[in-house]
Design a protein around this ligand. Structure first.
Ligand code: F6P
Length: 373
């Protein structure tokens, strides 16, 4: 009697998703006659019961494919836009889960997906998650798949920016993704030899970045590469945001809560375009011609690196084993070169930021890289 298992990908796509889907499916077929039902476009496809049967043939030839053959979305089960309304569709999803007589639903996603998956678990579904995202900010896993590929892309971009920055004696600011974590900017910045690296975990003082660039000029270096995480913030911005978060935490009553939310949205909107501001400020403060490069979604596209294929495959195979063992309510994490099944409650709602004593930060400081502080 085959075991039916559902699978979906949710949140921003990343390289390695198809490798993980393939691994869950192939290992499941080998060991327990698994019938794998893919739901399209994340939790929305689950709600609408839009499926893709993942048989042997469909699982073939996808290991090296970027993106996700299932499609993805940022929809949340409990806040789903339906027509003009935003509704809690958790019950509708449980009905689909029951209709397919699923033994388990596997959710591949980042931080937001872990929270949403926990909600489905609390609504009575058997859930296993895998940690994916180029941001590498999922708690309790050493690394997420997607990160290594994005790291290589961002590093190569910095390499390429070096030659043009040198030729023109320019400052080139490069904006690197990562949401509110600095893993990608820090990793690519160190690997690519950036002269300044700004990450959300260390609020920056623009004058100290400008001073570092001026010093380079004094030492005969007439160009600089500044790697800026999209979530990096100045000391002032960071203080304002912290105050807004504090106000939201303390807000009492509907009106106050609404005002606090509006203030946060306003600050987040102001933060968009931050790297353009950094570029203009550096041009003004250093007198050097400055340019901005935003890497954007290039960092998420294309074929996964060997390391990401290996990680996604290892986690996917372990996921199939856990289904066989009926161990649900866990995320399959990467730990010390192996895997660990971590309770979903411990992962959901926690974000992995770059610790201030991380070896990469220490390495950058010892090399004289400006970290903005
Ligand atoms: O979480 C992955 C990520 O690429 C972040 O680095 C970035 O902030 C965000 O997704 C972009 O999201 P979207 O593709 O929805 O614009």
């Amino acid at each position: 009697m085959p075991i039916s298992v559902g699978i979906l990908t949710s949140g921003g796509d990343c390289p390695g998703l198809n490798a993980a889907i393939r691994a869950v499916g192939k290992a499941g077929l080998e060991s327990m006659d698994m019938r794998l039902v893919g739901f399209r476009d994340g939790f929305r496809g689950l709600m609408q019961d839009r499926t893709l049967h993942l048989d042997r043939e469909r699982l073939s030839n996808i290991l090296t494919l970027g993106g996700t053959i299932l499609g993805t979305s940022r929809d949340k089960p409990h806040r789903m836009p339906v027509g003009n309304q935003v509704l809690d569709m958790t019950d509708a999803m449980r009905e689909v889960y029951e209709k397919h007589q699923l033994e388990c639903l596997v959710c591949l996603g980042g931080g937001g997906t872990q929270k949403n998956a926990l909600r489905l678990m609390e609504a009575g579904m058997n859930i296993i998650t895998l940690p994916k995202t180029i941001d590498n900010d999922v708690a309790l896993t050493d690394v997420t798949f997607g990160y290594d590929t994005a790291l290589s892309i961002a590093t190569e971009a910095i390499d390429r920016l070096h030659s043009t920055a040198t030729s023109h004696n320019r400052v080139i600011v490069v904006e690197i993704m990562g949401h509110s974590a600095g893993w990608l900017a820090l990793g690519a910045g160190v690997a690519g030899g950036a002269d300044a690296i700004l990450i959300p975990e260390i609020p920056y003082d623009i004058e100290s970045v400008a001073e570092a660039i001026r010093k380079r000029t004094q030492h005969g270096k007439h160009f600089s590469i500044v790697a800026v995480a999209e979530g990096a913030m100045s000391v002032e911005e960071s203080a304002k945001l912290e105050a807004a978060h504090e106000a939201k935490r303390k807000a009492d009553g509907k009106k106050e809560k609404e005002q606090a939310r509006e203030r946060l949205t306003e600050l987040e909107a102001l933060h968009r375009g931050n790297t353009l501001r950094v570029t203009e400020q550096l041009e003004q403060l250093t007198g050097m011609e400055s340019r901005l490069t935003i890497l954007g979604h290039l960092q998420r596209g294309g074929t996964p690196s060997a390391a990401d294929r290996l990680l996604a495959t290892t986690l996917g195979v372990r996921c199939a084993e856990l289904i066989g063992e009926k161990r649900f309510g866990v995320m399959v994490a990467a730990r010390n070169g192996s895997t660990a099944a971590v309770p979903l409650e411990d992962v959901a709602g926690n974000r992995k930021s770059v610790p201030l004593d991380h070896p990469w930060l220490m390495t950058a400081r010892r090399l004289g890289v400006c970290l903005g502080d």
